[in-house]
Ligand binder design. Structure first.
Ligand SMILES: Cc1cc2nc3c(=O)[nH]c(=O)nc-3n(C[C@H](O)[C@H](O)[C@H](O)COP(=O)(O)O)c2cc1C
Length: 163
């Protein structure tokens, strides 16, 4: 798949086969994440990979809309050092993770982190130091579904020169 096709065909995948994802693939996905753009090149991000089924289940239980984390092969916890643009930076890295996972033929889904009442509990569970914000939780696995998603037409959202 070329880059444009990856961008256009990525969808959030919430069902996984349970097959393991090789360590090199995970490293490549995080390599893509840590090369994302960041304000002032701050690179405030840290990525914690959780593969332990018990911890995955505990994290899933903490969330309100991420119960499927329990069935993923792994979950990437994206944290950023609290800084002016931590959320934009962390979101950029998170999007790279979704795209890189898709490019590797894997399924992934963004689960909300920042602003959620469980953010501190997740941070503590994985031993994140004070001063780091939870940006997102990204379960990854071999896809067991091919979701379709209704998208607004290009002509509706594209404005030339004026809104
Ligand atoms: C900031 C953000 C938070 C999200 N949080 C959740 C979530 O908590 N649970 C979930 O199942 N999906 C979550 N999603 C995924 C969206 O539901 C999904 O991206 C949207 O429905 C569009 O579908 P697509 O990603 O397949 O194009 C989140 C996405 C973003 C960008």
């Amino acid at each position: 798949m070329d880059a444009i096709e990856v961008l256009k065909t990525r969808r959030c995948v919430r069902a996984y086969t349970g097959d393991a994802v090789p360590r090199e693939t995970v490293e490549d996905i995080i390599d893509c994440a840590h090369l994302a753009a960041s304000a002032r090149n701050d690179q405030p991000w840290e990525f914690v990979i959780v593969t332990d089924r018990e911890i995955l289940t505990k994290i899933a239980d903490l969330t309100t809309s991420g119960k499927f984390i329990a069935n993923a092969s792994l979950c990437v916890i994206v944290l950023c050092k609290d800084s002016q643009y931590f959320l934009e930076d962390g979101c950029n890295a998170s999007q790279n993770i979704l795209l890189a996972a898709h490019a590797h033929g894997l399924g992934a889904c963004w689960v909300a982190g920042d602003k959620k009442p469980y953010a501190d509990s997740v941070r503590k569970m994985i031993g994140a130091p004070d001063g780091y914000k939870l940006v997102s939780l990204i379960p990854i696995g071999h896809p067991a579904e091919s979701p379709k998603k209704e998208k607004r037409p290009l002509a509706e959202v594209l404005h030339w020169g004026k809104f």
